[in-house]
Design a protein around this ligand. Structure first.
Ligand SMILES: [Ca+2]
Ligand SMILES: [Ca+2]
Length: 255
């Protein structure tokens, strides 16, 4: 049977033309100028986002600074009230924690540092007395030294008596790491020579030049200490204009 030649369908032509027009319209919308950072198209910015991000300067990695921290034996560090670094190894091997920080001045640093000591006896490895030690250096020149404030919250064994060990402990002061905490009654940190601390090899693989080993006045029997320092840099300018929107306050308080 001979097939009949098909006549071009008017309806088919019309649908094809409509498709071409729609595709062209879609491409034109994609090329339309976008608000900076926006998704373009006809997305309606949610309330509070109108105005886009014009004029906003976000911090870049070039705004951050390197920090190196070493504790004998463990530490947690807060900056401007927020927990920013925790020693990833409890006590041994002795390690350097190196992190990137986004500096904001004035910068209040709070450090909880612990020697390896049994909470009940103040001793380690049975009846031994261990010593503490803490040092840090930031790339902005911030270092540990005797200008830091220090307070002991766990001391022992009292009088070094390992035969009948007793300890003295008190809770951490509330908000001891906060910017507005009053540390004026704390003693100044005491500097200790490197030979007294005898740091392990990782210490020599990082830049701690100019930084001092610090602790409270009793390097052996003060086992848990808190340290604070406020770094003022009145001439520092902040290049970025944004601040965090997220709520990081859920970071646990370390005890
Ligand atoms: Ca100790
Ligand atoms: Ca120790």
């Amino acid at each position: 049977m001979k097939s009949q030649p098909r006549k071009p369908s008017v309806i088919n032509v019309s649908w094809t033309a409509l498709l071409v027009v729609l595709c062209g319209l879609s491409l034109a919308m994609q090329d339309a100028p976008r608000k900076p950072g926006g998704r373009g198209g006809n997305r309606r910015p949610p309330a509070g986002e109108q105005g886009g991000q014009a004029g906003i300067v976000k911090p870049a990695m070039t705004d951050t600074m390197k920090a190196a921290i070493y504790a004998d034996n463990w530490f947690a560090m807060y900056i401007n009230g927020r927990l920013v670094a925790v020693d990833s190894i409890d006590f041994l091997p002795h390690n350097v924690v190196a992190v990137d920080l986004l500096p904001e001045y004035p910068m209040t640093i709070g450090v909880l540092a612990k020697d390896n000591a049994d909470p009940k006896t103040g001793c380690e490895y049975g009846r031994s007395i261990g010593d503490g030690g803490f040092i840090l250096k930031f790339a902005d020149g911030t270092v540990t030294d005797a200008s830091w404030r220090a307070k002991c919250v766990f001391h022992g064994p009292i009088d070094g008596d390992t035969a009948n060990p007793k300890v003295r402990a008190e809770p951490l002061p509330a908000n001891w790491f906060a910017v507005d905490f009053d540390d004026s009654k704390w003693e100044n940190a005491v500097e200790y020579p490197e030979e007294r601390i005898a740091p392990k090899q990782p210490f020599y693989e990082h830049d701690f030049k100019g930084a001092k080993w610090i602790w409270t006045s009793d390097l052996d029997l003060d086992n848990t200490v808190i340290l604070r320092k406020k770094v003022e840099k009145p001439d520092a300018t902040r290049r970025w204009t944004t601040k965090p929107d997220l709520d990081a306050s859920c970071a646990p308080e370390v005890k």
